[in-house]
Design a protein around this ligand. Structure first.
Ligand code: MF3
Ligand code: CO
Length: 285
């Protein structure tokens, strides 16, 4: 809880630059949806989120080094937990709204929030998303990657690569003074041009001081709509792209795991990014 006090003190002592406030007010007069000032991180917050992100990236690198055919998804959870705790950090998913594990592992037709299990082993040809979120000194970071296990079919490989391209295209659209709708527009336009569908029920989010902050970052959208992107905001972009239809269903037994309704494959990549005055910075590289 001391961290929360420190974070609040930084809000008081490190003001938003006047020229940024003025530009926000101009947009507000033009009826744009502008962020609350608490969504605009200050230099010391950004330092903290960067330190958290560095550990988060280390976790994903540790997974990348060890992931292999036959490994259980619980073993991935063990790698994540061990690395995170040994670096003085906390796994954000564990106990988040009752979530039972330290990481999400989503295989093939699982869109997201797959729960690690001793009984689920990675099979040759699987595509798996490993979604890692870290809390360090009160600051949150969030990123995910796809891993191709063993010999993956060309169709799955293409889905994984085009989904990564969707993330890159979303990041390119996340320019200061653009809006959240510009991100969703760019991603969905590209994904659909490749014959894929975009999951709409889940999306990216503000991140850094809480796990999930405003705005909701839809991966579909209309240009120039939704919340303005202001320098100092930190958001995730995390497109979930389906081989088949966009509809998803939730696991009725665990209440967490999201699947494609038509059982087609799904892929996802995620970064946490900082909106800057000149563009953006990927924090979770
Ligand atoms: N890491 C997910 C995200 O990208 C959230 C997972 S919530 C959990 O936003 F509880 F399932 F971990
Ligand atoms: Co996220």
């Amino acid at each position: 809880m001391e961290y929360k006090e420190e974070i609040k003190r930084i809000f008081r002592e490190e003001p938003i630059p006047e020229h940024i406030l003025q530009r926000m007010h101009e947009y507000e007069r033009r009826r744009y949806e502008v962020p609350e000032e608490t969504l605009i991180k200050r230099p010391s917050h950004i330092e903290g989120i960067k330190a958290s992100s560095e550990i988060n990236t280390g976790v994903l690198d540790a997974v990348a080094e060890k992931i292999r055919v036959g490994m259980s998804t619980q073993e991935i959870d063990d790698i994540v937990s061990e690395y995170t705790l040994s670096h003085g950090a906390i796994c954000a998913p564990l106990n988040f709204e009752g979530y039972p594990k330290s990481v999400c592992t989503s295989i093939n037709n699982e869109v997201c929030h797959g729960i690690p299990s001793r009984h689920r082993h990675l099979q040759n040809g699987d595509i798996v998303n490993v979604d890692v979120s870290t809390i360090y000194k009160g600051y949150y970071s969030d990123a995910s990657r796809m891993f191709m296990v063993g010999n993956v079919s060309p169709q799955r490989k293409k889905l994984v690569e085009e989904t990564k391209r969707c993330l890159e295209i979303g990041i390119e659209a996340a320019q200061p003074w653009n809006t959240v709708g510009d991100i969703g527009y760019a991603i969905s336009k590209y994904a659909r041009s490749k014959g894929y569908s975009v999951v709409t029920q889940l999306g990216g989010h503000g991140v850094g001081i809480e796990f999930h902050e405003d705005p909701f970052v839809s991966h579909v959208g209309k240009r120039g709509t939704g919340m303005l992107l202001v320098p100092g905001m930190v958001i995730t972009i995390e497109p979930m792209i389906n081989e088949g239809r966009a509809e998803v269903v939730i696991d009725p037994y665990n209440g967490w795991t999201i699947y494609t309704k038509d059982k087609s494959d799904s892929a996802q990549w995620e970064h946490s990014i900082l909106i800057t005055e000149t563009g953006n910075e990927i924090l979770t590289y």
